[in-house]
Write a protein that binds this ligand. Sequence first.
Ligand SMILES: [Zn+2]
Ligand SMILES: [Zn+2]
Length: 309
Amino acid sequence: MNDSEPIVTGPPATSLRRALQVLADPWTMLILKELFNGVRRFSAFQRALNIPRQTLSLRLAHLCREQMMYRRPTSPGHAAMDYAPTAKALDLQDAMYAIWLWHQANPGSADILPFDIVHQGCGQVLSAHWCCTACDTAVTSGAVTIQRTQPEQIESDPRPRLARRNDASVTANSDAAGLVAASLVGDLPCNEILYLLFQEPRHMLAIAQDLALGPGIVRDRLDKLMDLGLIREEALGRRLVYSVLPRAEGFYPLLLAIADWGDRWCNAGNPPPDLRVHDCGSILRARYKCDHCGAWLSRETLRIRPRGG
Ligand SMILES: [Zn+2]
Ligand SMILES: [Zn+2]
């Protein structure tokens, strides 16, 4: 043993991170959004997203490999194939609603998702709160504690190569330039940083250390999150401390929905590496509840309706 040898440790494992290893690519989120809207054929994805053919091919292959979708003949006896969602993909529904709700609630970006989600139970356009199923109250970031399961799991696989800067990825497609939520979900470090800051304010080096990220990457993502008005910077003594702004709170259900999905699909049957515990004492299991009629929402009771005229 050589004590001077630097110990290489990865970031602490979290369900959010495991889920984002499947999802954290801006095109992947946009493809999933179209899949949820009923797009099935290669040419239709290409048209809807204005995505280069090769890029689309690679992303669809990735989603098939991750068992998010599968290819099937468009009709019996036909050679033409399309892409169908698996239960694993459909189980991301709450995250998709969270993206839509976030954009509805943030003026100037609602037109980016030009369709309504209608709750068939009451016939109203979706308006919903993310509520704890145990105590029935709306979940806020201040009422959730993250508990690491013991022994603590450290992510051993190397991080995929991270772009030093994260700005061009989704905005390469001008139609998606305003799709803030998908663009954020498409970038792993942005989500990990936000998730961490929801737990408590931190200074830059603490963030870099806690997430095993390079300071350059942390700096770039903090700037991006500040540009989006989600976090703020405050001098505390000699240090700049970062904390979430109220506008970011609408983003919290999205992170939790993705972490929950990671619990269900990304831990290979093992206990999740971290637990979210609600102030009511229960392990948090939250769902959306309709603001109009109070019913819990499910995919079967929601319909997507194009926004006409
Ligand atoms: Zn509760
Ligand atoms: Zn309703």
